[in-house]
Design a protein around this ligand. Structure first.
Ligand code: F6P
Length: 483
């Protein structure tokens, strides 16, 4: 805990605006949520009179601001209808599938768009109130794409950064969005717009050129004389923390227990995902089904532990994917299992980080097979946990991580036979090849951590000019397109 605790009512020099607060409520009060983003931003926020503006995770009316762990938290209240329409609806049933290659049909509803605008306005108003003159504001993710424009209009003195944690889609897909121009103009309120990959940044510039009056050249867009920097900032993990946990004797002991429980002579494969249709969990299970059906492997030499963390459980597509996955697990275990030995161990819960790292240490093959993923930090955590340089990472080519983790074994999760063959190759990979690949993967992950991500983003933002009163208040310029 920092000794420079933010005093209630004092404005912040650095304000993070995110859908969720970095804390969640437990029986004993607020607790800091796990995750790289929170740990990366926490030291800078604690140093620089930081404020975090976000939703507390349940429908509430007003909630008082509070200080936790040296950070001033300002909750944004959402009603039950807003949770349904802004969060489950527009954010997670329109934008989420659309931005993930439309791997589920995105739903376009005007009665979701209006609450999205209203909730973005509320976040922007609170951020405008909480930011000190000339403060830096970091707006996070797809829930809040209108906030930069709204904030610039209210507070042209601020330096505003926006970072998208998920993929940004190509022109052909984004163009479907009835509110495309409003979203693009909302994002253009920022001084720096950051994406996970170069593709995302390029897609954004192309879309701006096509659907707004502004022009982008190279990595800069001219918004009425105000330059907007557009760049990729691939996010990562707290490598040292994962490496330290993997070296802990308690973790090593737990990993040995996991292996003993699963059977010493079996190849242990692992999947760890939020229970989300973008993660390719069902495709992975179907590939396993093919492997067992072909008969070259049996339940005696192979096991998959699939950890699925419940997520967005009220959204129809998430209810459906859970049913699909659980049916598949039942089929595979019914067809290929034996009393006391099952090919799939399915854990539908979140695990504490220490336990998760023990699973990473125990696993011979890690399966990360999303249909589309902005980055995928599980892939990086697995590498950071492999201190003896063994283990094989099977990684979907449609993840942001695949841009960096070139020595992983890449797969196309849509190609079930191809994925089955690749997994068999991973199972059979000689130790020397595992070591060659894993050594290079670990180096890549060690070289660029989430702290570098935070430093890069804040440095580019600090170097960016502020718009000033004449600096193109984008939100005011919206034209013809549907509201
Ligand atoms: O990857 C995008 C993201 O919004 C993360 O920021 C978050 O941790 C995860 O999805 C879970 O989302 P939710 O806040 O909907 O539970």
């Amino acid at each position: 805990m920092s000794d420079e605790v933010q005093i209630k009512g004092e404005q912040g020099e650095l304000v993070v605006v995110a859908n969720r607060l970095p804390v969640h409520r437990t029986d004993s009060g607020w607790e800091t949520s796990p995750g790289g983003l929170v740990s990366a931003l926490m030291p800078i926020l604690q140093r620089r009179r930081g404020v975090w503006v976000g939703w507390a995770g349940t429908a509430t009316s007003e909630l008082a601001a509070f200080t936790h762990d040296g950070l001033y938290n300002v909750p944004v209240p959402l009603s039950e209808e807003e949770v349904r329409d802004y969060y489950e609806g527009f954010s997670n049933s329109t934008l989420w599938p659309l931005y993930h290659d439309a791997c589920q049909q995105p739903q376009f509803h005007r009665h979701w768009w209006r609450p999205y605008v209203a909730v973005n306005e509320r976040f922007a108003e609170i951020a405008a109130r909480e930011a000190a003159p000339g403060a830096n504001v970091l707006v996070q993710d797809y829930h809040l794409q209108l906030v930069p424009g709204m904030l610039r209009q209210a507070r042209p003195d601020l330096r505003i950064g926006f970072f998208l944690h998920i993929p940004f889609p190509p022109v052909e897909l984004f163009a479907q969005l009835p509110w495309r121009q409003r979203i693009l103009e909302g994002l253009l309120g920022a001084d720096v717009v950051g994406f996970q990959s170069r593709n995302g940044a390029q897609n954004f510039i192309r879309l701006v050129n096509r659907y707004t009056q502004y022009r982008g050249v190279g990595s800069s867009i001219d918004v009425a004389g105000r330059p907007v920097q557009v760049r990729e900032f691939p996010i990562s993990i707290d490598y040292t923390n994962i490496d330290r946990l993997a070296a802990d004797p308690a973790t090593i002991q737990r990993a040995a227990e996991i292996r003993a429980e699963l059977g010493e002579n079996r190849t242990v494969m692992l999947g760890v995902d939020r229970l989300d249709y973008t993660k390719g969990i069902d495709q992975r299970l179907r590939a396993l089904h093919e492997i067992l059906r072909a008969g070259r492997h049996t339940v005696r030499d192979l096991v998959l532990v699939q950890v699925s963390v419940p997520s967005r459980e009220k959204v129809d597509e998430y209810i459906e994917i859970r049913e699909r996955i659980e049916t598949l697990v039942g089929h595979i275990n019914g067809e290929f299992g034996d009393v006391g030995k099952m090919p799939v161990h399915y854990l539908r819960r979140s695990l504490p980080l220490e336990e998760l790292v023990a699973y990473y240490v125990a696993a011979d093959v890690m399966l990360v097979t999303p249909l589309r993923d902005g980055m995928n930090l599980v892939a990086k955590e697995y590498c950071a946990s492999r201190r003896d340089d063994t283990g094989v990472l099977v990684l979907s080519e449609f993840t942001g991580s695949a841009n960096e983790l070139e020595r992983a074994v890449l797969v196309n999760p849509h190609d079930i036979d191809g994925m089955a063959a690749t997994i068999e190759r991973a199972i059979a990979m000689p130790r020397a090849e595992q070591v060659r690949r894993m050594r290079s993967l670990r180096q890549r992950v060690r070289r660029r951590t989430v702290y570098d991500w935070a430093d890069d983003f804040t440095a580019v933002l600090a170097a960016a000019g502020t718009g000033g009163p004449a600096g193109g208040a984008v939100a005011a310029k919206t034209t013809g397109e549907k509201r």
